[in-house]
Design a protein around this ligand. Structure first.
Ligand code: FDA
Length: 394
């Protein structure tokens, strides 16, 4: 089997891996990126509905979850959203801003993949797809990586193999397993930015609501998001649900306000007073889509005229709208999750170089690290920032 020698071997030709390769090769390091996938950077291609939400106008450490919330600060400061926007501008890739400062390509995510590939080529970094890693061992000068094609010796090994979500396009537990093998702690990985599912009883109660989207406020402990919520045939999705799912602990309830600008009890009381002959269903249909209003009124047993309904019943109805105690049965899992939360414990890594403190020469970047961004371009920014920073040192 042929033996190759490089300075820097990067496993994973995704967002973080390519960014790291560009920077390492620019410094004159002989750099090779390998990936088991047939196509380059599939996650970039499918992201943002094909238009890649590549960063956000307002990136702050508060947009990231990690056991160590300070870890991300240094990298995000050294390679910022403006640096990536600058690179996009060099390639004249047009983009636009959507709600909450999210930046998307005007045309296609493929433009970003092409840009990164060109930058790799320009700097001299090589990319090899369709390459399976069969083993990694540490030797005196660095690492020996056995692939299904050859053996590669490298001084520095960078793991940029991403998280566990969407296995059908190449996600694997390679990085987590390697970290454990090298004696590094891994924070328990979980699907994040993922839709909630309901048990059969709740599904039956809410059947017929599929496709209804509402502005909502979702709260779990100290986390709160106001964005759209979407009823699906399995449970709930939409940006507000995806955001809260990253914080959620299975078995616990989240609070949902389906009418955040309306004090429903106050509206019901006023209606009872002013229009006692009106039906509760008519009142609630002015606040929520009719299909939903009818069912919630039924469930709160608020049939008949307002004058005949006790305040207790009205309170139950109001609570089901302003303070719905939702107990998800689970999530849709890695099949649909946008990211994985958890990953290589940041205490094991230098926040400056991303090198493992216990294993000199070994680096972890991107989603495989225990840093998870909110929805809105924050995960790609983490991939660009961590990849760029490691690229200055490998
Ligand atoms: P990434 O997953 O990009 O790359 C890892 C690479 O490693 C892959 O190419 C994989 O094939 C390779 N690999 C894995 N195991 C390997 C092995 N054993 N051997 C060799 N290679 C291996 N974020 C955002 O900010 N804005 C957005 O719009 C979206 N949209 C979005 C949509 C969908 C459907 C998903 C699933 C995810 C997003 N994300 C997102 C999240 C974003 O895609 C993600 O956080 C980054 O791609 C992470 O970059 P990495 O480089 O760390 O991993």
């Amino acid at each position: 089997m042929a033996l190759h020698n490089v300075d820097v071997l990067i496993i994973g030709a995704g967002a973080a891996g390519m960014m790291c390769a560009i920077e390492a090769a620019k410094r004159g390091r002989k750099t090779l990126v390998i990936d088991h996938a047939k196509k380059l950077a599939e996650k970039i291609r499918i992201s943002g509905g094909g238009r890649c939400n590549f960063t956000n106008m307002d990136i702050t450490p508060k947009n990231y979850l990690s056991e160590n919330p300070h870890f991300c600060k240094s990298a995000l400061n050294r390679y910022t959203n403006w640096d990536f926007i600058g690179l996009m501008s060099e390639y004249e890739i047009a983009y636009h801003e959507r709600d909450h400062g999210q930046l998307f390509c005007d045309d296609s995510a493929q433009q970003i993949i092409d840009m990164l590939e060109k930058e790799c080529r320009k700097a001299g970094a090589k990319i090899r797809l369709n390459t399976k890693v069969e083993g990694v061992s540490k030797n005196d000068g660095g690492f020996l990586v056995m692939s299904d094609e050859d053996e590669i010796e490298c001084e520095h090994l960078v793991v940029a193999s991403g998280g566990l979500s969407i296995p059908k396009i190449g996600a694997s537990n390679f990085g987590l397993k390697l970290a454990e093998k090298m004696g590094l702690n891994v924070i328990h990985p979980r699907p994040a930015l993922v839709p909630f599912t309901f048990d059969q009883e709740t599904r039956d109660k809410l059947s017929g609501f599929q496709g209804i989207a509402l502005d909502s406020v979702i709260t779990y402990k100290k986390a709160e998001f106001r964005e759209a919520l979407l009823f699906t045939h399995k449970g709930l999705s939409g940006p507000s649900i995806l955001q809260i799912s990253s914080y959620w602990t299975p078995g616990e309830t989240v609070q949902v306000n389906l009418a955040p600008d309306t004090d429903v009890m106050a509206v019901l009381k006023k209606a009872k007073n002013d229009q006692p002959k009106q039906e509760a269903q008519t009142v609630i249909s002015q606040i929520l889509p009719k299909r939903l209003a009818v069912r919630l009124v039924e469930q709160a047993q608020c049939h008949g005229k307002m004058a005949e309904l006790s305040d207790k019943k009205l309170q139950t109805l109001a609570e089901s709208i302003n303070n719905w105690q939702l107990l998800p049965s689970g999530t849709e899992g890695y099949k649909t999750a946008e990211v994985m939360s958890g990953g290589v414990d940041t205490n094991e890594l230098s926040s400056k170089t991303f090198e493992a403190k216990k294993v000199p020469g070994l680096y972890f970047i991107g989603e495989v690290v225990d840093v998870t961004g909110h929805l809105g371009g924050f995960n790609f920014q983490w991939a660009w920032s961590s990849g760029w920073c490691a690229g200055q040192f490998v």
